[in-house]
Design a protein around this ligand. Structure first.
Ligand code: PLP
Length: 453
């Protein structure tokens, strides 16, 4: 029997580098070609298995190739359904809307309308912007420092990270950024509840001062847990304050649940932690059950746009809707949001133990299975509230040490110095413990290279 020679990662990576755009990003830090994937693991073309705590940037709520997802896709393939229908309805689409609406709080769902968008989160963000601008007749939008809403022109305008914005001229005008409650790096040098309080007083001031320079906004967009911005959960009380401030002033509140949506933070939707009802909710990633799908769900009072006001060829992906139904159902039936909360707490408490023996972990934080570890340089001076400068080189080294030990983690946050954990919602206690064992070793190895040589 003859065995075909294994084509090495290096071959695919060289081809990729040769042919793909210079904008490619993940392969620079995760240099493999993936051949197979199942649950929480992926296997590269050389047969090495990795634990995947990136999960397609939070898309794979049930991990890779979950049987209910595969079965749902196969059923569509066997049923003669059209695979593509623009926004013409089908029984699968009807069922998807039913399933999604029944997972949203009744108070919101009973007044909700849905717009199917082009299949990326950023397109749903674009749709939400157009929706609130049309409904209010206003033009300015409020966003937050550290926000991430995607890479299209409008969505990028709302994003905090100036890196990808610097080289793109004339982004959407009239976007204003407000301070997010990032306690470790509090913009008011206070942190904690005082920092939060000053934060919402500042928001009120900006909205009420006739000389703040900001005309009455069409909407305020926010993440309840900033993901790409460095895994920063907003305190519930702060979220409630923002809801009251916007409601009192008739400003539609847009909650971007693209990354938090469907159980990841310990509730099906992250806004439920603060017990608020937004005016607009943006969903993508997990709702397509691994396949591309994005929607905006919003209060019907905002439904003032004209027929065709938002369109997009790929709004009718039946396989994504079927995979989405299976995923939403599986999450709800198995209460995976509760597992996310419990496993997230376990992960955070292990990481806090690791922090005790480390000289470079500034903060461990998160909500549910969105967890981040901020890597800092304690050899430099701390500021007035005890925070140290970011240490991106060391964060990168920790990521690399994890990778060589078979653990895929991503970086985010200011200067890319937050190590992020985004595992599937099905993760078990044993897997959490195993991951933390690898991470502990990796932190020690990286610190040895950067701090003690
Ligand atoms: C909160 C949030 N909004 C929007 C987006 C953009 O989604 P997409 O990359 O599918 O355009 C992302 C992607 O990570 C996100 O995390």
């Amino acid at each position: 029997m003859s065995h075909a020679p294994v084509i090495q990662n290096a071959h695919y990576l060289a081809n990729q580098e040769h042919r793909e755009s210079n904008a490619r990003s993940y392969p620079r830090r995760i240099p493999i070609a993936i051949k197979e994937a199942s649950g929480i693991t992926v296997k590269d073309v050389e047969g090495k298995v990795y634990i995947d705590c990136l999960s397609g940037a939070g898309t794979l709520a049930l991990g890779h190739n979950h049987p209910v997802v595969i079965e749902a896709i196969q059923q569509v393939l066997n049923s003669h359904l059209p695979l593509h229908t623009l926004d013409i309805t089908t029984p699968v689409k009807d069922e998807f809307v039913e399933e999604l609406f029944s997972s949203l709080p009744e108070e919101f769902a009973s007044r909700a309308k849905i717009q199917f968008c082009g299949p990326a989160g950023a397109d749903a963000v674009e749709a939400a912007l157009k929706l609130v601008k049309t409904a209010t007749g206003r033009r300015s939008i409020l966003s937050f420092h550290g926000a991430y809403h995607g890479m299209t022109h409008g969505a990028l305008s709302l994003t905090g990270n100036v890196g990808p914005k610097q080289s793109v001229a004339s982004l959407m005008p009239d976007v204003h950024f407000l301070p997010y409650p990032y306690s470790y790096r509090c913009p008011f040098n206070q942190g904690g509840e005082l920092g939060e309080q000053i934060g919402h007083q500042y928001v009120q001031h900006v909205l009420d001062d006739p000389e703040s320079g900001i005309v009455s906004p069409a909407g305020l967009i926010m993440e309840i847990v900033q993901g790409e911005g460095g895994v920063i959960p907003a305190p519930d009380n702060w979220v409630r304050q923002i809801r009251s401030i916007t409601r009192e002033r008739g400003i539609p509140l847009i909650v971007d649940e693209v990354q938090t949506g469907l159980g990841r933070t310990g509730k099906l939707f992250a806004f439920e932690h603060a017990d608020i009802i937004p005016d607009v909710v943006i969903l993508s990633k997990a709702i397509g059950g691994s396949l591309p799908l994005a929607v905006v769900v919003y209060d019907k009072s905002l439904d003032q746009w004209a027929p065709g006001a938002h369109a997009g060829t790929f709004r009718g992906n039946q396989m994504a809707m079927a995979a989405g139904i299976a995923t939403i159902r599986f999450i709800r039936e198995n209460k995976l949001e509760t597992n996310a909360a419990q496993m997230g707490n376990r992960l955070i408490s292990h990481l806090k133990e690791i922090q005790k023996n480390s000289s470079s972990i500034g903060e461990v934080r998160g909500r549910g299975l969105m967890v981040g570890v901020e890597i800092v340089n304690t050899q430099l001076k701390s500021n007035a509230i005890g925070s140290y400068p970011a240490y991106p080189e060391l964060a990168r080294q920790i990521q690399q040490e994890c990778f060589t030990r078979g653990l895929i983690l991503e970086l985010g946050g200011r200067y890319g110095s937050v190590v992020r954990f985004l595992p599937p919602l099905l993760i078990t206690e044993e897997q959490v413990d195993h991951i933390c064992g690898i991470f502990d070793e990796a932190v020690r190895a990286a610190e040895k290279k950067w701090l003690h040589t």
